[in-house]
Design a protein. Sequence first.
Length: 80
Amino acid sequence: MCDYAVKLTVAPGAITQLDVTTVREAGFTDAAITIAVQVIGYFNYINRIADGLGVEPESWMTLAHEKWQATKGHDYLPGL
């Protein structure tokens, strides 16, 4: 589910039925997947609102770029 959440966050247009099937095969029900997508979507939405308004995150809320690159998120943003 975490890999799915990252992909939905950084490359939502790349989500396919295979991604959903993979999450199902990991043991998540359709209800759980629906709730997860709503939570993931909400956090992505509110972050874009904050970004659009120029709201700066608190220093404890940001991850150094080098540390972020070492995460799964880097897999979905080639070239970073």
